[in-house]
Design a protein around this ligand. Structure first.
Ligand code: GAR
Length: 208
């Protein structure tokens, strides 16, 4: 059974999707054993508590730099014996030591179709604002492995979602969460826990 540790910073709707999928029995071969929050007041911690999952706060603001924060996260992941790390709305950059320690074992959900609308500064509602400004008619979500290149790691799953007339960043965010993120993140986690994901030369192959 793989230990899944989920990293969060905010509301935690993606964490909720994972907890619900687990309770429906969709994540065989793995178990969410711990949730780590970069913010003490993240509602995601309540969600973990409501499902009897241990929550830990490692507050970004208590660390002077990315290096010392990354070490603290790495120590916690080691103590938790994490087999898979999931960024679910985790808004903090970690350094390459963490990425290397969990190469192809750490995944992130991004609210756009990578390689568009991603990289530094593209997070949360900023992504949807940029999408609406550009006029593209399709957006969506991507689950990918985390590397030291921001949003640049191997792509695991993507789901497209249409942009609609009159969309605001908020309405587009909601549609992308409901139709894409909350579906492909639990699916990617389940595939990982069933050893159905392989990565060769930066390309993911799924055997389903
Ligand atoms: C989600 O839309 C997630 O894709 C995004 O932040 C939101 C968190 O919501 N993540 C990023 O932008 C990371 N680059 P949640 O806390 O309700 O899951």
């Amino acid at each position: 059974m793989k230990n899944i540790v989920v990293l969060v910073s905010g509301g935690g709707t993606n964490l909720q999707a994972l907890l619900d999928a687990q309770e429906r029995g969709e994540i065989t071969g793995g178990k969410i054993t711990c949730v780590i929050s970069s913010k003490p007041d993240a509602y995601a911690l309540e969600r973990a508590k409501n499902h009897g999952v241990k929550g830990i706060v490692i507050a970004r603001k208590e660390y002077a730099d990315v290096g010392s924060y990354s070490q603290a996260i790495l120590d916690a992941l080691t103590a938790e014996q994490a087999d898979l790390v999931v960024y679910a709305g985790f808004m903090t950059i970690l350094d390459e030591r963490v990425c290397r320690a969990f190469e192809n074992k750490m995944m992130n959900v991004h609210p756009a179709l990578i390689p568009s609308f991603c990289g530094k500064g593209f997070y949360g509602l900023h992504v949807h604002e940029a999408v609406l400004k550009s006029g593209v008619k399709l957006s969506g979500a991507t689950v990918h492995f985390v590397t030291e290149v921001c949003d640049g790691g191997p792509i695991i799953l993507q789901q497209a979602v249409p942009v609609e007339n009159g969309d605001t960043p908020e309405t587009l965010q909601k549609r992308i969460m409901e139709q894409a993120e909350w579906k492909i993140l639990p699916r990617a986690v389940a595939l990982f826990c069933q050893d159905k994901i392989t990565v060769r030369d930066g390309i993911v192959q799924i055997t389903d």
